[in-house]
Design a protein around this ligand. Structure first.
Ligand code: PMP
Length: 384
């Protein structure tokens, strides 16, 4: 089978160590063997989440963890704040509506991050807000939100802060406990470098109180059942056994490197990609003040068919980048560089990007993108 370099913001490529673990024969989940995997996975997750909180495993994609947050924390009619600066911020609002809550929506210009003072003003004006729902890395736009600054605002109130870090954990720093983040939702197929199908959610004591008070109906995502199972090193339902076993391996890779080195690796890949893109005369969609390590969102230059660019790279050259979502369809393309993407992957991806842009009559100095990326890699070791 032809190799395909996946430079998409989820799923991301899977490292060899995790792929080998995923290929092992299935084991039963109610066994001491699998319990050891749960223990190792939770300890590794607590390291990456930077928390001592309980972390529950859900057999779902990332949206399952988001839904679990909303249906467990809120009751019908509750006020919540949602921050919409892209497709995934909008999902928080949609989930609140689905469970009969009353979201107060902060609209943020796409490509920019929310100002924490906007959240403070809304919290000051609206007493009784139960939760603030926010996205750390808005994958549709490449925006990184300053979660520490947002937490500094929210922790002074009775509201809980719920962060969608589906694209953030293991990619940009998120100090759950030190910053005071009450709930963090994430999933297996981005920074954790695994197939989709496993989601995680961390919950602290402040949030758990709301969970106990919630009058919402819930079943599969009832975190009270998750808590009970957690105490017995178990899950309420059949877990995503294979992915949990793979997770132990990918967490080992992150732990072996150390979080700081791992983040530096992600940042270097991002820098090389951005220098390459600039050298090709392309511009970034995301505001320079809030660039995430996970992906680079690039404006499609005038006269170029953005969808055709992505399709040709994928179908002819085996390089999968992502197009724009929703209103950004055809207007941007996104190069992801999180997880185990390597220097070689970036150089190859940029080289073929140059080839296709050239065929589409975009004007640039041939080789400039690859050289710019190489210059970044030459001056700094990727380290891990
Ligand atoms: N939030 C963010 C920031 C995401 O990037 C994604 C996945 N692209 C999700 C939530 C939803 O995750 P899933 O598609 O796994 O349900």
């Amino acid at each position: 089978m032809e190799r395909n370099i996946l430079l998409t913001p989820g799923p991301t490529m899977i490292p060899q160590e995790a792929r080998e673990a995923l290929a092992r024969p299935i084991i039963h989940h109610r066994t001491p063997q699998f319990q050891q995997n749960i223990k190792d996975a939770i300890a590794g997750l607590q390291y990456v989440f930077q928390t001592k909180n309980e972390i529950y495993l859900l057999a779902s994609s990332g949206t399952g963890a988001m839904e679990a947050a909303v249906c467990n924390l809120l009751s019908p009619g509750d006020k919540a704040i949602t921050v919409e600066g892209g497709k995934f911020g909008e999902r928080w609002t949609e989930l609140c509506h689905a469970y009969g809550a009353n979201p107060l929506v902060i609209q943020v210009e796409w490509g920019k991050a929310v100002e924490p003072k906007q959240i403070k003003e809304l919290l000051d004006k609206n007493k009784g807000v139960k939760a603030v729902f926010i996205t750390q890395i808005e994958t549709s736009t490449g925006v990184l939100t300053d979660i520490k600054a947002v937490a500094d605002v929210v922790k002074k109130t009775d509201a809980v802060l719920v962060v969608d870090s589906v694209s953030g954990l293991g990619v940009n720093d998120l100090k759950t406990d030190a910053w005071g983040v009450d709930v963090v939702a994430s999933a297996s197929h981005k920074g954790f470098m695994l197939p989709p199908g496993l989601a995680f959610i961390s919950v602290n004591a402040k949030a758990y109180k709301l969970i106990e008070q919630s009058k919402n109906r819930r079943y599969y995502f009832d975190l009270r059942a998750s808590k009970k199972a957690f105490a017995a090193t178990d899950t309420p339902f059949t877990p995503a056994i294979g992915i949990v076993i793979g997770l132990v391996e990918s967490l080992n890779l992150i732990k072996k490197a150390g979080l700081d080195k791992w983040f530096a690796r992600q940042a270097l890949l991002a820098k090389a990609t951005r220098e390459a893109v600039k050298a090709l005369g392309l511009t970034m969609y995301t505001h320079p003040s809030c660039l995430a390590n996970a992906l680079t969102a690039v404006n499609v230059p005038q006269g170029i068919d953005g969808e055709k660019l992505v399709k040709t790279l994928r179908d002819v050259h085996g390089i999968t980048m992502a197009g724009g979502q929703a209103e950004l369809k055809g207007k941007i393309f996104r190069i992801a560089h999180m997880g185990c993407v390597s220097e070689q992957d970036i150089l190859t991806g940029i080289s073929f990007l140059e080839r296709v842009l050239g065929e589409m009559n975009h004007r640039f100095i041939k080789g400039a993108g690859v050289k710019a990326a190489e210059d970044v890699f030459h001056t700094k070791e990727i380290g891990v």
